[in-house]
Design a binder for this molecule. Structure first.
Ligand SMILES: C[S@@+](CC[C@H](N)C(=O)[O-])C[C@H]1O[C@@H](n2cnc3c(N)ncnc32)[C@H](O)[C@@H]1O
Length: 145
């Protein structure tokens, strides 16, 4: 299969998505939206295992990694809807981002509700793990909505 290369357009640092000077003007108007979809590169992820225990919980049976939100995947692309607190030039102050400091940003798009589903089915392990979540980043990401 053909490969595609991807270049970061910015970086996440301490609550801020900082877009490179080259693209910063392209953010004009984004401040009109309360939420932004951030796409990022989980650069510290390792190679995926085909089957994993969701969030490493040994009490839950292994399933395919593509049925989970694990960062460890062939193309470690992360996607999170964040709250946009403020924009100043190329800097977006955001809440609810679940990447580490220094995580490369590959795209941002305004959140327009097109992705909202009235009804969706979730396996019981998702609900259980959401209730027990201890990772502050993941807890924070859910709360910011
Ligand atoms: C489960 S992933 C989900 C990311 C995104 N919400 C998604 O669904 O695509 C988020 C977790 O990945 C880990 N993580 C954060 N930044 C990372 C990075 N730059 N490289 C590898 N892992 C990272 C943290 O443990 C964080 O809680």
């Amino acid at each position: 299969m053909k490969s595609y290369s991807l270049r970061p357009i910015g970086v996440y640092r301490k609550g801020k998505v900082i877009i490179d000077k080259k693209w910063a003007l392209g953010l004009k108007g984004l401040e009109g939206f309360s939420h932004v979809m951030v796409f990022f590169w989980l650069d510290k992820a390792h190679k995926p295992d085909l089957f994993i225990h969701p969030r490493g919980d040994l009490k839950i049976s292994k399933i395919g990694f593509l049925a989970t939100r694990t960062p460890h995947r062939p193309n470690p692309l992360g996607f999170t809807v964040v709250k946009l607190l403020k924009r100043e030039g190329g800097t977006l102050w955001v809440e609810g981002f679940d990447g580490w400091d220094g995580t490369p940003i590959v795209d941002v798009k305004p959140y327009t509700k097109r992705e909202v589903l009235e009804k969706c089915k979730l396996p019981s392990w998702v609900k259980k793990l959401d209730r027990l979540e201890k990772d502050p980043l993941r807890k924070f990401a859910t709360k910011a909505r």
